[in-house]
Design a protein around this ligand. Structure first.
Ligand SMILES: Nc1ncnc2c1ncn2[C@@H]1O[C@H](COP(=O)(O)OP(=O)(O)OP(=O)(O)O)[C@@H](O)[C@H]1O
Ligand SMILES: Nc1nc2c(c(=O)[nH]1)N=C(CO)CN2
Length: 180
């Protein structure tokens, strides 16, 4: 009998992060570290951070910072969802108003090629294809990305909130350029 345990299968997944309350950039940085701080999750790629006008929800809420990550994970889909929600809870995420302001939101955009209609975990994320706040950072991270058979950069350019997305410069004046 061989003593070597079989290497688990790792599945590529795309996560979208958003924050519009508190120290938004610090929260996103901490969340990336927390999401990948376990052996079942490996970080593959990170998008620039973008500043975005709120889409939906109560009027007058602050602008968001948004970004996306590509990971590979051996967690099954619902375990990945629980992990994402646990990281949201570390940042005292409260759920009071639909699309209301939040310290941290972590959505699963894709999990391999899995498709699911379950309300608890719909895949790909049911609103991602029309959200420039997800598609723009994703296109910057991976210009070849495809969602539902469509190129992500084209979906981004056609999304209704495209004009509300801008690059984000942090307090040190760091500014991500489209050429970087
Ligand atoms: N792909 C997905 N990623 C994350 N949550 C999902 C997904 N599909 C379904 N859900 C469910 O959506 C519920 C509500 O999530 P959440 O409070 O983050 O919504 P929201 O961010 O306000 O709105 P939206 O779903 O439009 O992004 C979660 O409890 C979760 O079970
Ligand atoms: N700009 C922006 N708007 C939103 C966001 C978000 O992350 N960024 N998240 C929402 C619910 O997930 C609803 N609206």
């Amino acid at each position: 009998m061989s003593g070597a345990a079989a290497e688990p299968t790792f599945i590529k997944a795309v996560l979208a992060l958003g924050s519009n309350l508190g120290e938004r950039n610090d929260t996103l940085c901490a969340a990336v570290a927390e999401l990948v701080d376990r052996p079942e999750v490996r970080l593959r790629n990170v998008s620039p951070v973008v500043q975005t006008k709120p889409v939906g929800g109560p009027s007058g809420q602050p602008e968001f910072l948004n970004m996306v990550l590509e990971i590979e994970t051996s967690l099954p889909p619902y375990a990945l969802l629980e992990h994402c929600q646990a990281v949201e809870n570390l940042h005292l995420r409260v759920r009071e108003v639909r699309w209301g302001a939040r310290t941290l939101d972590v959505d699963i955009i894709t999990y391999g090629g899995l498709r699911s209609d379950d309300e608890r975990l719909t895949l790909p994320h049911p609103r991602a294809a029309e959200r420039a706040f997800v598609l723009c950072p994703w296109a910057l991270m991976d210009p070849q990305a495809v969602l539902n058979g469509e190129p992500v950069p084209a979906l981004a350019a056609n999304a209704p909130d495209f004009a509300g997305v801008d690059y984000f410069a942090d307090d040190d004046g760091f500014h991500v350029s489209a050429e970087s």
